[in-house]
Write a new protein. Sequence first.
Length: 322
Amino acid sequence: MQPDPYTQLRVGDIMIFVTRSMQVNPPDMVSFWQAMARNSTAIGYGNVVALSDGAYLLGDPTLGSQVFIRDCYPELLDACMKLTRDEAECPRLVIFGNSGIGKTFFGLVLLLHLTRAHATVVYGCGESGQRFLFSPGLVVQGSDQDFLGVLDESTTSKLLPMQDGFIVSAKALTLMPMWSKDETMKCHALMYSGKVSAEKEEDCYRRWGGNARYVLHNATSTSHQVQLQIALVSVNLNSLVTACRRLNADDYHALHNLLHYRVTKCFQKECLGFASRYVQEEVYKRLYKQNKDKLLEFLAVVDDFGPDDVLRGLLRGTAVPS
């Protein structure tokens, strides 16, 4: 529904004006929100949150209608709730990590948790710039400027993309780990066994490591699988060293396929590592072939605990090509 401009809506204790860019109670989003509210699946490892009545996640068929609960989700959810409980101490929390490991789906798990608490939530989609206001009995779709008054309310929960200005100044950073082999096998059995063979899943994990986007969701997509070879062909020692220092920078997004964050039990960065043994060996072969002397000179440097020492350790543990 698209009411006349200047109509007002009540959201909690405040009134907001309806703008021309807003849609009030769009059917696909209402179906999603109602299906979330009816869902009673426990947020426990190995469970699958499945929406009923033909509803899709965020009203988007490309996202499907199911969320696999990763091993880290329950503990990460508890950590998020604990960190954000005191608005004065931790008003902004950022969850980051490699691409393709389930950060968007964890956001939906957070949304499910908040739905069950009857909270008012503003949810943001990074690529489209759209914002969705979810409140008991009300769903509004709008732009990043439409809900500023609601966002100012301390009772509003905000699930927004990291690039938003007030998110970048986060007080706490939480890192999501890569998928374990057990996770990919369990998710495959529950959601992908009819789409991806066990042998294909095994081979993708051998090459990609714990990146579910390529191991499961796009395991049979040639255009996605070739991205690993594209990243390997483009790698050189300089880009690898720089990426290890600032992997989150947009300039090094492609190297997310080669380098994975290693995460502590407290969801903090431990170090970076190669995505898999396969990637490690392929990178070494290419660096050796490009400039053997430069590679060996880099490896010969003794710099314990320096910014490049983890990379040196990984490369030193790789067999020299014959």
